[in-house]
Design a binder for this molecule. Structure first.
Ligand code: GTP
Ligand code: MG
Ligand code: ZN
Length: 328
């Protein structure tokens, strides 16, 4: 397989070219994470990789541990077992979240993605506030977000939900799909292109693996959704990078219960630029837009310029970011 077919480009080539050890090192792209080892693709075909001694001692949340989508350099010496990963090449982009639970750890999700498809179901899963969290977390990662509203067949108000989502998404494209009867898939064409890497994120059961299957990847397991709350049951358990016939590279990920932004302060401001611009007109510079007098943001809510729920979500996320900073 050609390296370009795996997403290699001049950006990586320039780094590799300047590596004085390159004669001894082979670039490979991580396609799967297993317990204790990695799957990868390279010009020598599929490889099983292990961490070199130096990397093995890093914690799983460390940025220095490879993640699906990473380009790594491995020793060309064919050892009996697995090829050791010597080094991770610098990442063009990295999608990460705060690890689930209380610990304040970063969990990398996918490296070197060009696009991230944030998938929601147009059933009980549909939730603008959760969408804001995802958007906040991926802004400024260098990855271009696209919102996918899937399961259009289960929704009688697709168009109004699409409009509502567009209003909250500040210019991020919003696409509507029905993956049962393959409707809306033409709209994916501008993103699903040879050499481009697209990561899929979103709650369990929203149809990430179904969409990836519909696009013609090697079949991923999909699973039923628990009927009552519209939540899935975590059918996908490992992250994988899959190659489509047309050359696009898709990263399937397991659904996430929590998606708290990691180091997302900048993304936050960008995502809520409308509110923060209006807030410049508040009487008090430290106005929290809750009960303060002469608050321009509250006034904008009264006039219907900003929705009350958007402001509520803004205040909540801001509080969360503040708490996390304190814990650093
Ligand atoms: N009605 C309807 N069902 C869908 C659609 N897309 C997917 N599903 C169903 O939703 C269920 C969950 O789909 P998956 O593709 O497994 O969801 P997932 O996002 O990969 O879930 P995890 O792997 O657990 O994160 C399956 O039963 C799918 O058949 C759709 O457009 N409409
Ligand atoms: Mg899945
Ligand atoms: Zn205010």
């Amino acid at each position: 397989m050609e390296m370009q077919e795996l997403g290699w480009d001049s950006w990586f080539e320039n780094i590799y070219k300047n590596d004085s050890n390159r004669e001894k090192l082979l670039p490979a792209r991580i396609t799967a994470e297993y317990a204790g080892c990695y799957g990868a693709e390279s010009i020598r075909g599929s490889l099983l990789l292990s961490l070199s001694g130096k990397l093995r001692h890093k914690s799983a949340s460390s940025k220095e541990i490879p993640v699906v989508g990473d380009w790594v350099l491995v020793s060309k010496k064919i050892s009996a077992d697995k090829l050791p990963i010597i080094r991770i090449l610098p990442r063009k982009t990295l999608i990460a979240r705060k690890a689930a639970g209380k610990a304040n750890l970063m969990q990398p999700i996918a490296a070197n993605a060009d696009y991230v498809f944030i998938v929601q179901g147009l059933d009980a899963n549909y939730n603008i506030k959760r969408l804001d969290r995802y958007l906040t977390a991926v802004k400024n990662t260098g990855v271009k977000p696209v919102i996918i509203l899937n399961k259009a067949d289960l929704c009688h108000e697709c168009q109004s939900r699409k409009k509502e989502t567009e209003a909250a998404a500040g210019g991020v494209p919003v696409l509507v799909l029905d993956s049962i009867s393959h409707k809306g898939y033409d709209s994916l064409a501008p993103y699903i292109m040879a050499g481009k890497t697209i990561a899929f994120i979103g709650s369990s059961g929203v149809g990430k693996s179904t969409i990836i299957n519909e696009l013609g990847a090697e079949k991923q397991k999909t699973g039923p959704v628990k009927a009552k709350d519209g939540k899935g049951m975590h059918t996908t358990t490992t992250r994988r990078l899959l190659k489509l016939k047309n050359g696009a590279l898709l990263v399937d990920t397991p659904g996430m219960k929590e998606f708290a932004a990691w180091d997302a302060a900048d993304g936050f401001s960008e995502n809520f630029a409308d509110i923060e611009n209006i807030a410049l007109k508040c009487k008090f510079t430290n106005c929290k837009h809750i009960t303060e007098p002469e608050c321009a943001v509250k006034e904008a809510v009264r006039q219907g310029i900003i929705s009350a729920s958007r402001l509520e979500n803004y205040i909540k996320l801001k509080e969360e970011l503040k708490k996390r900073k304190k814990n650093w």
